[in-house]
Write a protein that binds this ligand. Structure first.
Ligand code: BTN
Length: 322
């Protein structure tokens, strides 16, 4: 959106429900009040409820429940994550877009969409992405070995769980990429990377959060296994504020990650874990393991202790509770 329109939003928001005249807004931006009326109409089309009181001015009654970049940017306290935002009302998959633009994009660029037509989950599964959710992908440009990429999945999980806990949703983490509430999935994370000859060009962390929707609206196979923020809190959240808080938390961890302090993130993952201490069945492409989840390795792998006392560290695979 143009800067002038953003200025109009800023001025109307700053008036806290009091009318501001078109002439006053025009003077402060340096355009005519006819132009201000055009901006107001554009905003109304975009879902802003702006009342026009003849002889008095414009009042901003409510902002739309959309994840418009200008709404997210206003009040975002990050220096890296989300300073570039790419917005779509509908897209196939934010991870696909992030991978298309990844080479040119700057570190921390976020691709966000209201709806994904072909949202992707792990192991080639579909990811149900209707309106009301938070579907975003973060492009990270960092130099590390591809074998450390799963650390980033854990980092993102910690950031999501912490952000959910801040709003009163008691989230915990299931290895490697699920955020659960009461045993049901509220968020999934899909980390993908572009690497050549053991050097990572960029990593895309796709985060899908079931936010302002009802679990009953999900397809039958997900109804029993998934939950949403709206269901857990009994009310809808302001998704813009949630995204701002998530990006800010993610950035704090990313900075630690980049300065080599993965131990701290790992400890947070352990503290938030739902998996450790549980009997698990791990399905990998080559073998199936059953045992107790006893720890997380430096590379973000799950350490499983088998009945005979032997231990395996599994870097990838499907983890099921038994
Ligand atoms: C999983 O649990 O299987 C991972 C789900 C990841 C979903 C997110 S939504 C945003 C991003 N775009 C996608 O297509 N997938 C990820």
């Amino acid at each position: 959106m143009q800067n002038n329109i953003l200025e109009v939003i800023r001025i109307l928001k700053g008036a806290n429900g009091q009318p501001v005249s078109g002439a006053e807004i025009g003077t402060s931006i340096g355009v005519s009040r006819t132009m201000i009326w055009k901006y107001v109409q554009a905003l109304q089309k975009r879902g802003y409820s702006i009342e026009s009181i003849p002889g008095s001015g414009y009042i901003l009654r409510s902002e739309p429940d959309f994840l418009y970049p200008e709404l997210i940017t206003e009040g975002l306290d990050t220096d890296i994550i989300g300073t570039e935002l790419v917005y779509y009302d509908k897209v196939q998959s934010t991870n696909d877009i992030a991978k298309q633009i990844g080479s040119e994009a700057s570190d921390g660029t976020v691709v966000i969409a209201e709806i994904q037509d072909s949202g992707r989950g792990r192991r080639g599964c579909d990811w149900c992405s209707p309106e009301g959710g938070i579907w975003l992908s973060v492009i990270l440009k960092l130099s590390m070995s591809p074998s450390h990429a799963s650390r980033l999945t854990l980092m993102a999980g910690v950031a999501v769980a912490e952000t959910l806990r801040k709003i009163g949703v008691n989230a915990s983490l299931k290895w490697p990429n699920d955020v659960l509430v009461g045993g049901k999935k509220i968020c999934g994370i899909l980390t993908e990377m572009e690497a050549e000859a053991e050097i990572i060009n960029y990593v895309v962390i796709g985060i899908g959060i079931n936010a302002n929707m009802d679990p009953e609206s999900f397809p039958d196979d997900l109804k029993k296994t998934s939950t949403t923020i709206k269901y857990e809190l009994g009310k809808e959240i302001d998704r813009v504020i949630f995204v701002q808080s998530l990006l800010s938390t993610l950035e704090q961890h990313y900075i630690k990650f980049n300065t080599g302090s993965f131990d701290e993130i790992l400890q947070k993952w352990i503290d938030l874990s739902d998996t450790l201490g549980k009997q698990v069945c791990m399905v990998t492409p080559v073998k199936m393991y059953e045992g107790k989840a006893i720890g997380i390795s430096e590379d973000g792998g799950l350490i499983v202790e088998m009945a005979d006392g032997s231990k395996e560290t599994l870097i990838s695979g499907r983890c099921m509770y038994v």
